[in-house]
Design a protein around this ligand. Structure first.
Ligand code: HSE
Length: 408
């Protein structure tokens, strides 16, 4: 490309980037990338249910299927090229659920070309950036509103286990009762992606085939023998372990301190959301992959700042937000209601097994489950989207807004 051609493209990008934000009467353009992924499809479903994109123009972009025509929420759309920064720069808001590599490839180019739009993202790449706000509005609504009013433009969803943990203990956090947290997670295979779900079912099928001719300990020994001595018969290309009959006490990359990256995120992101980076709450965790299909579970061991009765703790927990559902700490209720299937595809955050620990009156234990695709990914993003749309529309029609405010 010649210098002149580069100059023309850059000038056009800057023009579109500025045009999108100076023409106040135009309909908001929302660019959506990663629609076909799990988080993207759940997000699309929730935005449709809540009518979030009413009065907006949705534009769908794809990394691999640009140009194809697809039907979304009953309407036909031609997929744009997710790497075409010229088209992306026309968006007021971009929602990316495509993963960190896409964000790394695209976001810096748009910002370098003076794009002033809002970038909402489910991937981790921008989470720890100084200019990013991690979004979980039932917990940090004030910080999100402040960031929007301050002109911040990057709003990033937290790691799913962090969001679900904070949703579970919001009532303790807001009452300044949390001194430290020890979490053990039991994470569903869907957190590892669609191919991993398919592979888990292939593993289950092999176990099922053996169960047709054997049972009891013989069946267990045969399956273990196949896995140990004929691993090629037991598909493990995506999961890298025999998860159907086991578990994996490691998720994501290794960090130098002995933690997995999933565990490392727990303390960093929790304290960024709570704006406690300078006085962090210690959060230790062990993250475990299980054969559950959907919803992440966590066993939390919490050191409180003071001794308070369990009844008060339960009241604080259940009053924190409308989605918190306490499951009584009985065998019957725990077995019937406290499991990932009960929580799947629902916004409920289940909290059960709540009890004081033997270590002392200032320590409690609880078990919590939430849908990692909803509160753990899509829901915080669509909720901040609504806030940003309202902010942009309010600023686009200042007189109308003042009139409405006075009338109210
Ligand atoms: N980091 C998560 C996991 C993905 O591996 O389960 C979000 O669900």
């Amino acid at each position: 490309m010649t210098h002149e051609e580069k100059l023309v493209i850059t000038t056009a990008l800057i023009y579109h980037a500025k045009q999108a934000f100076t023409n106040r009467s135009m309909i908001l353009n929302i660019g959506i990338i990663g629609l076909r992924g799990m988080v993207g499809s759940v997000l699309q479903e929730r935005m449709h249910q809540e009518n979030d994109l009413e009065n907006c123009q949705a534009h769908y972009f794809s990394c691999s299927q640009a140009g194809q025509v697809t039907t979304i929420a009953g309407q036909s759309h031609t997929l744009g090229d997710a790497y075409d920064c010229h088209s992306l720069a026309k968006m007021h808001i971009i929602i990316a659920t495509q993963g960190s590599q896409y964000t790394k490839d695209t976001h810096p180019k748009l910002r370098a070309n003076h794009w002033q739009g809002y970038w909402l993202d489910a991937a981790s790449y921008l989470r720890t950036a100084a200019d990013s706000t991690i979004i979980l509005d039932p917990i940090n609504q004030a910080a999100i509103i402040q960031a929007i009013n301050d002109g911040k433009k990057d709003f990033i969803g937290s790691n799913c286990t962090v969001s679900l943990m904070l949703m579970a203990i919001a009532g303790l956090v807001e009452n300044h009762l949390v001194k430290s947290i020890q979490a053990t997670t039991y994470q569903a295979i869907s957190g590892a992606g669609a191919k991993a779900i398919t592979e888990l079912h292939q593993q289950i099928k092999i176990t099922g085939q053996q169960a047709e001719t054997q049972n009891g300990l013989d069946l267990a020994n045969t399956i273990h023998d196949i896995i140990k001595h004929q691993p090629e018969k037991y598909p493990q290309q995506h999961i890298h372990a025999p998860l159907a009959v086991s578990l994996i006490p490691w998720i994501d990359q290794e960090k130098p301190n002995g933690q997995s990256k999933e565990e490392w995120k727990a303390m960093i992101e929790t304290n960024k959301i709570l704006q406690r980076e300078r006085n962090p709450i210690p959060v230790d965790s062990t993250c475990v992959r299980t054969p559950a299909l959907r919803c992440h579970s966590q066993s939390l061991f919490i050191e409180l700042t003071k001794n308070i009765p369990l009844e008060t703790i339960e009241t604080y927990l259940s009053q924190a937000h409308p989605w918190l559902k306490i499951i009584p700490n009985t065998k019957e209720a725990s077995m019937a209601k406290l499991n990932p299937i009960q929580c799947s595809n629902q916004l409920d955050i289940l909290v059960g097994r709540l009890r004081k620990a033997n270590l002392g009156e200032n320590y409690i234990q609880l078990f919590t489950i939430g849908d990692q695709l909803l509160w753990g990914a899509a829901e915080p993003i669509r909720r901040v989207l609504v806030k940003i749309i309202q902010h942009l529309q309010k600023n686009a029609h200042p007189k109308k807004h003042i009139a409405n405010t006075t009338a109210a």
